[in-house]
Design a protein around this ligand. Structure first.
Ligand SMILES: [Zn+2]
Ligand SMILES: [Zn+2]
Length: 473
């Protein structure tokens, strides 16, 4: 039994977005070599704040980078070559670590005592995180494996106190405009990764792969984002649920039980799986979520052009597929039960659109009437319902899962009434959300007016119902 975890999934996406957006994508341009602040001999950089660092009091006589004294200061407090380059505001021939080495070398040449005065061998700006880049990149490549992708969004999670401390030191001693830790780290990973994988675009939203790196534990998580397809399905048989229906006896537990043949399912088939399984297999995916534009009751067929749906394919191994081919395979798999048309690629936004759509629907319904009927009178009475506004209390049959409320729904048109002894059949087009069975049997007077009421309170029992058309697009 596979769980429908769509909701949890979107929550995940939110938390991913939080990680991913944090400090990501900001400018990491270097500033011009010309110092923005000209250090002067008389200027005293002291604000009364004694900064204890590894037991030593730091000399505040250091202006910010790119002034040479500022660069000496960040070297003295133990900045690594990556961070020296990042904070210095100097243009260097090489970027990153190599550039930092150049700057350090120049500083040692200017001040022969600088090297021996370094106070720390753990970089206070990154805690030597940049040394782990190769390791992290290897882990990312391992995790991605064979999974098909063309876009990546990279997020980095760093301890809050490190980020705050880094920000404090950088603001005070770094060159104005130096790149913060997170974006620098992210772009460093990206450039290493780009040397090793082909044709990947880094994006800030809707990636194929979401990669999260934990800067503390160096754990790498790769989240394969789902793909979506839109189509319309026709349900050709009754007693087929739209989505998987857990076994009532065992509540759909993974191993199932005797009464469900160890499937965990009340019904072996569902529209979701008849369509979704062939798609899942052809994309090498883990699971699917099914989002229909409403749903018909289990005993109701859905004909015409069919019901629009968006299927979410989770953790696909490949993101490329021939949709014409897939549609064919689905229709072969679902033969005489379910068929689909109009299959195309879609996205999460369309899930919302499909769920919120309020399309009118046309039905054919057949029911049995108790007591004697005069054909002409019956047709006239039922015809009178065409164009009326119904007042419908939440039906008893759905009251356990829907809030009780009264809704007004319009019967747009009603036609093709056929009376055959004690059975009547007609076609009806209604506003979205109309309870059509209730329109016939009145649900003990909860739907007003109803076929039952216009027939002089004769009991009506619905025999079958078909959705003939969903008027969408
Ligand atoms: Zn560093
Ligand atoms: Zn069971």
């Amino acid at each position: 039994m596979k769980e429908d975890t769509h909701k949890a999934d979107s929550d995940d996406e939110d938390s991913w977005a939080l990680y991913a957006d944090a400090g990501y994508g900001q400018s990491d341009e270097e500033v011009d070599e010309t110092p923005m602040i000209t250090p002067s001999e008389e200027e005293v950089w002291y604000d009364g704040d004694d900064f204890e660092f590894e037991g030593a009091t730091i000399n505040w006589d250091a202006p910010p980078c790119p002034a040479p004294l500022g660069i000496e200061h960040i070297i003295r407090i133990g900045c690594c070559d990556f961070c020296v380059q990042r904070l210095s505001g100097r243009r260097t021939v090489s970027k990153g670590e190599e550039g930092g080495k150049e700057i350090r070398k120049e500083a040692y040449q200017r001040n022969s005592e600088l090297e021996s005065s370094i106070k720390n061998n753990l970089c206070p700006m990154c805690e030597n995180l940049f040394d782990d880049i190769d390791n992290i990149v290897t882990r990312i490549i391992d995790k991605i494996g064979e999974v098909d992708h063309s876009t990546i969004q990279l997020g980095i999670h760093l301890p809050k106190d490190l980020v705050e401390e880094e920000d404090r030191i950088r603001t005070r001693h770094g060159s104005p405009g130096s790149a913060p830790l997170k974006p620098s780290f992210v772009s460093q990973i990206q450039s290493k990764l780009s040397n090793l994988v082909n044709e990947v675009t880094y994006v800030k939203e809707r990636p194929d792969l979401m990669i999260l790196v934990d800067g503390l534990t160096l754990m790498v998580e790769v989240d394969i984002r789902p793909v979506f397809m839109y189509g319309r399905y026709r349900k050709l048989i009754r007693n087929l649920p739209q989505t998987r229906w857990p076994c009532r006896a065992c509540r759909g537990r993974a191993q199932g039980c005797e009464s469900c043949n160890e499937t965990g399912l009340q019904y072996p088939d569902s529209v979701q799986d008849l369509i979704g399984e062939p798609i899942r297999l052809s994309l090498g995916a883990e699971d699917t979520s099914f989002h229909g534009m409403g749903r018909e009751d289990i005993d109701v067929r859905c004909l015409g052009m069919g019901r629009p749906f968006v299927i979410e394919i989770k953790k696909p191994g490949t993101r490329l597929a021939n949709l014409e081919e897939i549609q064919k395979v689905v229709n072969e798999n679902g033969v005489d039960k379910v068929e689909i048309n109009s299959l195309r690629w879609s996205d999460r936004r369309e899930v919302v659109k499909v769920k919120e759509s309020r399309s009118e629907k046309s039905y054919t319904i057949r029911f049995k009437v108790e007591g004697a009927l005069d054909e002409e009178t019956a047709i006239k009475a039922i015809s009178s319902l065409s164009g009326v506004e119904l007042s419908q209390e939440t039906p008893k049959r759905v009251a356990h899962r829907r809030a009780a409320k009264n809704r007004k729904r319009k019967v747009v048109s009603l036609s093709d009434i056929i009376v055959e002894e004690d059975e009547i059949q007609f076609s009806v087009r209604c506003e979205a959300g109309t309870y059509v069975k209730e329109l016939v049997h009145s649900d003990e007077g909860r739907t007003v007016p109803s076929v039952r009421s216009v027939l002089g309170d004769k009991e009506c029992t619905v025999l079958w119902l078909d959705v003939e058309e969903i008027h969408y697009e």
